[in-house]
Every structure is written in structure tokens, then in C-alpha cells.
Ligand binder design. Sequence first.
Ligand code: PGA
Length: 248
Amino acid sequence: MRKKMIAGNWKMNKTPKEAVELVKLLKDKVNTKESDVVFCVPAIDILPVVEELKGTDIMVGAQNMHYEDKGAFTGELSADMLIESGVSHVIIGHSERRAYNGETDETVNKKLKKAIEKKITAIVCVGENLDERESGKAIDVVKGQVCADFKDISKDDAKKIVIAYEPLWAIGTGKTATAEQAEEVCGAIRNIIKEIYDEKTADEIIILYGGSVNGKNAAQLFAQADIDGGLVGGASLKEEFAQIVNYK
Ligand code: PGA
């Protein structure tokens, strides 16, 4: 039985003080018994958020990480820096980083390997854009990304990675994929994992849906057989996030 995971992606929102205020608002409202709950916060907010979450089961994630251990990479953060700061999860290959920061399947693959080596749980994002969806290529595009992102990763390691299916046309647009559309692709991703590895790995891997998840649509999305929870952007910055976590 796969445990549900609900992760908030705060993106570039909340100063350290505002971050602590949001955590104070949410921490006693989210039910961490039934789902793993992760707040993926801006790097500068990690230390104060970790401090504020002490004594709770809510986990803290970063939104990016470098694939090298250290060195001349101005502005970057290493896995060791994140781990020592209390981070357990890291989003890798979000479509915004692919679009604006030169992230490619090749760098995603290197980062996933580093995350595995350092035992930090990666949440890798894949998804098609509107043109690709409208021309019927959604599943092919996602397959290409999954195959490239998981290249040379063993099956024991693959199941430690969380996959987030995030169709680009649904991110921040208020236009959610229907539960059927989301399930179709999440099911296809599970099948791709089965083809690359085996049925057991496909059964165990956690697959999230992301893209305009809100308090109203969460229950229907998360009830789908192959959707193990959500990666939530806009609605993770409000009290509504508790409603999403406590969707049942
Ligand atoms: P959204 O963002 O929930 O605001 O659509 C999701 C994401 O980008 O992870």
C-alpha cells in the first residue's frame, strides 16, 4: 500500500518571517497521519521553517539542488548543505526550472543520482505543454522525460524517487487536468516504470499530480488509482493547503 504524499511548492514566495507565519497557521491543521506532508520552501526559508516545524511530522523540502558536491558554482546549493539544514526532500526538474534556468533531462538525471547517493528524496517533475497535449503527444513526451531522467538508475534506487506529473498547461492557470486526464498519464507513467524496471517497482513508486490542485478538486484527483497525492503550488500558500492535505 502506497502512502499518500502532499507536497507544497512555495516557489519564490514568502520571506523568512512570512514563511514562519504560514507554518504557524498550517502546522496544527494538517493531518500527517494518513499522508506524508512536505513544505518545499525557498532556500532562505529552510532554517527558520525547520525550526518552526520541530516536534511535528511535517517535512521540509528544497526546490532545487546542484549535482556536484561542492566547488565554483556561484549561487548553487549542495545536497550536504540542504541535509545539514534539515531538508529531507528536493524538487528536481520543475518545468519552471526547465523553462527559465536551463534544466535539461541530462542535468535532472545527474541531480537524481546525487539525491540517491545522499539519501535525500527527489520529487522529479515531468509533463507536457499545451501544444503537445493538443497534438496527442502527452504520453510520448512524458515517456521521453521519464526514460531520460531515470537513465542508469537501478530499480532499487528508482523506487526511492517520487514522480510528479505536472502538465504545463495546468500549472498556475487555474485549469486543472480532469481526474481522468491526470489518471491517464499517471497510469501511463506507472506503466513506463514497469517497462523500464518491473511490476514491483511500478507498484511501489509514488506518483503525484500537480497543476492547480485546490481544496475542491483534491479529493477526486487523489482518489484515482495511480495518483498518490499532489504537488501543490498556489494553494500551498494559504490555509486551503490544510483542506488539501485533509482531503478525505
Ligand atoms: P500550481 O503549481 O498548483 O500553482 O498550479 C503547481 C506546481 O507548479 O508545482
